[in-house]
Ligand binder design. Structure first.
Ligand SMILES: NC(=O)c1ccc[n+]([C@@H]2O[C@H](COP(=O)([O-])OP(=O)(O)OC[C@H]3O[C@@H](n4cnc5c(N)ncnc54)[C@H](O)[C@@H]3O)[C@@H](O)[C@H]2O)c1
Length: 252
């Protein structure tokens, strides 16, 4: 049984992971860390990592940038693998993620959905085969409460495609500001906001008389929780280093 410390356990993601973990024979939430110390799932919740007495094998962090420093400090002190899923980390905190990976195993992916990481791989393969003759456009759709646009995931897809093309492409966001024809060296990125859409990403390869679309649709936040639990099992017993979804998918 892999004993997990769940950071941000009383948040939306924390509750989904707690539910999934209770039905999983390989992992157990041994303790939680959250400023809200209500215990809803039978494990003890701490508001200070220093007080955690349970044996921990892996940490999953779905919390808040304000919680990051103390949870990472705990991981380093106890030399425990950590899966950082919290987004919106500062530049210093992102530097700390890479520095910490020199001492302990650290898993970091802006998007924990296995499906999204798979479509990134597929988009890279399609880029290798099609980029000469096809125009590449990325369209993402999210709920009306999302503040940032385009999504971090759309940008990550664009970055990976661009890296495949030796970073020769320019990103063009929407097309209302300039009246001119599309350049071959562009990746168009478009954001749509409405209703309760959890997250949709389409990568279009538009050629002469044919369009290939690589598409991912998240129907609930559970897809991120499933990915994080898979990552916890993958990280158990790993040596120090930087790990991510791409690496995990390639190795599984
Ligand atoms: N990487 C991914 O694929 C992915 C997917 C979904 C969400 N996220 C990120 O995970 C994080 C959590 O998402 P959520 O939807 O569960 O958010 P949420 O707001 O519902 O939950 C956050 C939890 O963190 C706790 N918290 C806040 N500040 C804290 C502090 N200083 N110390 C300890 N605990 C603190 C809150 O009490 C809350 O229980 C966000 O950063 C979100 O963007 C990442």
């Amino acid at each position: 049984m892999i004993n997990i410390l769940l950071s941000g356990c009383n948040g939306k993601m924390g509750k989904i992971i707690s539910t999934l973990a209770s039905e999983d024979g390989e992992i157990k939430i041994a303790a939680g860390y959250d400023i809200n110390t209500v215990s809803e799932f039978g494990y003890k919740v701490y508001d200070n990592p220093d007080n955690i007495s349970e044996e921990i094998d892996v940490i999953i962090d779905f919390s808040h940038p304000a919680a990051f420093d103390s949870v990472m400090e705990f991981a380093l002190r106890k030399e425990i693998p950590i899966i950082v899923c919290t987004t919106g980390l500062s530049k210093e905190q992102l530097d700390c993620v890479s520095e910490s990976a020199k001492k302990i195993p650290v898993f970091y992916s802006a998007n924990m959905s296995i499906g999204i990481n798979l479509i990134i791989q597929l988009a890279k393969t399609a880029t290798k085969l099609l980029a000469d003759k096809f125009d590449i456009e990325i369209i993402e759709k999210h709920h009306n409460q999302k503040i940032d646009a385009p999504s971090g995931t759309a940008l990550a897809i664009a970055d990976e495609i661009n890296a495949e093309l030796e970073n020769t492409m320019n990103f063009v966001y929407d097309r209302h500001s300039v009246r001119k024809k599309r350049d071959k060296k562009e990746i168009g990125i478009h954001a749509i906001r409405g209703g309760t859409i959890v997250g949709e990403h389409d990568v279009l390869f538009a050629g002469n008389d044919e369009i290939i679309t690589i598409s991912h649709s998240a129907r609930s936040k559970e897809v991120f929780a499933v990915g994080a639990i898979k990552a916890a099992k993958y990280m158990y017993g790993k040596p120090a280093g930087m790990y991510n979804m791409n690496k995990m998918i390639e190795e599984l």
